[in-house]
Design a binder for this molecule. Sequence first.
Ligand SMILES: Cc1cc2nc3c(=O)[nH]c(=O)nc-3n(C[C@H](O)[C@H](O)[C@H](O)COP(=O)(O)OP(=O)(O)OC[C@H]3O[C@@H](n4cnc5c(N)ncnc54)[C@H](O)[C@@H]3O)c2cc1C
Length: 731
Amino acid sequence: MPPTTEPDITRYSYDVVVIGAGGAGLRAAIAAREQGKRTAVISKSLFGKAHTVMAEGGAAAALGNANADDTWTVHFRDTIRGGKFLNDPRMAELHAREAPERILELEYWGALFDRTPDGRISQRNFGGHEYPRLAHVGDRTGLEMIRTLQQRIVALQQADAAETGDPDAMLRVFAETAVTELVTDASGAVAGAFGYRRADGGFVLFEAPAVVLATGGIGKAFRTTSNSWEYTGDGHALALRAGAGLINMEFVQFHPTGMVWPPSVKGILVTESVRGDGGVLRNSEGRRFMFDYVPDVFRAQYAESEEEADGWYTDPSGHRRPPELLPRDEVARAINSEVKAGRGSPHGGVFLDVSTRMPAEEIRRRLPSMHHQFKELADVDITAEPMEVGPTCHYVMGGVRVDADTAASDVPGLFAAGEVAGGMHGSNRLGGNSLSDLLVFGRRAGLGAAAYVDGLDARAPGEVLDEAASRAVSAALALLKQGDGENPYTLHGELQDTMNDLVGIIRREGEMERALSRLDEMVQRARLLSAPGERVYNPGWHLALALPNMLLVSRAITRAALERTESRGGHTRDDHPDMSPEWRRVNLEVRVGRDGDVELSRRPVADIPAGLLSGFGNDELAKYLTKEELPQEVAAEAAREPGGTAPASADAEPGAVGGEGPGEVPGEGPGTAAASTGTVDTAEEAGGTSERVASGRPGGPDGVEGADGTDGADDRNGTGDTDGSTEEDRS
Ligand SMILES: Cc1cc2nc3c(=O)[nH]c(=O)nc-3n(C[C@H](O)[C@H](O)[C@H](O)COP(=O)(O)OP(=O)(O)OC[C@H]3O[C@@H](n4cnc5c(N)ncnc54)[C@H](O)[C@@H]3O)c2cc1C
């Protein structure tokens, strides 16, 4: 047993502590351990049961197995389109370039992906991806990913056991352990982390100069959500309190298809693979309404008739894609509009139908978990009748602002990867891009943390940890003693209703102001929470410890959403329905001020390198970019068109934060994105490398330079199965 500072606190010392054992955390831990660092992985849930196991459809990577035309540059372009040009371009580039290598590595470590008839990794269609791109394992891809990474960790531990006699010597997993505080030293650098064991309530203190946050998302702040119980925004809040900035918090993804009935299962995901494999959306009049909701920027790529859309499934090169496969934000808004117009299903959703699209046997084969899920939970046989579906809170695009190459935050020693990190997905994530993000940036975070530790001269003194630990212990124990305080479940319910009703899929200024004042009041009430009972597995106490995190994150979301007076991706303002090129240049950053409240500032969005910008069409660029940013000839062409250029939007006057307009973001001069040409769209055009964005980022650690992009191989068709299962099954 390691030494303790107080009778009740068990103390450990590591080089790198990874908080979170999902895809990002496990991949980070493997990378750090492989760099020779003593590494701890801490997880609220059991080892192997992180939220990632719920992932169904697959991991996006331009392997080119299902269509030889798929390359990393096409993947990059789809990702930027999906994120409505707000993505960190360096992250999107690294992700698209490295995802194929990470998938192949996973296969090398033992992942059993579904195969094409000739034995390569099968790839399936998903919304917003131009080609079939999702490597998958039936509809249980996340489970296979976690199983494989877990197996890799055990293999490393076995090697350590053979060498030292102790499997935990270099890499140890602390399951069912929740971190409640990050500790920083006087200089503001990371010194360690404090937490408790869920099973027995014992306290733990980790001394470590580098911490990787891989804690996932925030969905449990909303009433209707597809997310697991772990998603209480802990990592987002830990980062904020440690002094890091979060970006893009206004962008919360509402997946278009969650179950809407019965109430007990409302929000559980209905995988996008249902639509990828041929499912269609209909309203109460039986109409395939998505044809009415194709935005101008996507019109060239999506079918205009049912005949054309249906032809795409068998002949994708001769037809345009069905509009049911538009990016998620578009589909979610369309469903919302249909319901609002009175054309919804009996329980407030719309109909998703596969029963008329393929034989029952094929549905059972391709969508076994969906079939099971609806039969068991809603008594609906999807081979014979449509499902009722509606939007559900699914993913947060916002998170810790990190350096793309190293995953370092601006707090020395603090790194972040996976859903808790921001920037990669811009204003809207494409399906499948999370699982590949976890692998690409999980690895980079592990390498970044290891390189940081190598560069240190000294570690923080132990007293800073002891002091922080005793404060944290007192605060945690107080919750058990405050007998007449607020019930955490009541407060959590109110928070979920507030976020769902007032900061949900469609947002309005007045409603968000109401949400903020309710949140203010809830923050006060949360100071006197009461979770009577023992420390031994006390779920009320666990919730009471997590609630302040959800409240802080909810304030961050609401403040940023109120500030952004445009609609883009996962952020839809009823009172500002247009997308503004001026706002496209702005990331809103949230920090915690001295008074503990959230503060907003603006940061420029980095420019897309010219070589990659040239992959987009002129019309498209003219819709997203400001006049100053447009390549000269595009601007001239747009100006010649009747009505002038698209960029000037009715909303192009974002309200100022501290008097700062987007064009005046420090260090940001207009017009730096200039690309030279129009619509050339291939890897060759973009070249093997793109110029780095001039943002003063440090270079990555050795061995993490961008891998060569794949450029596709033979042409084959992807096949697909699919899934879904209950939260209980999956988490
Ligand atoms: C139903 C569903 C299906 C999905 N399908 C897909 C898909 O097909 N493809 C795709 O790309 N994406 C999919 N997603 C999204 C994707 O699954 C997630 O974005 C991704 O798994 C997040 O991984 P992560 O490693 O960031 O975090 P997670 O896998 O959530 O891991 C977070 C870890 O942090 C731990 N943790 C949290 N807080 C603390 C704390 N305070 N102390 C200690 N540990 C903590 C948790 O216990 C957990 O171990 C899906 C999401 C859902 C909900």
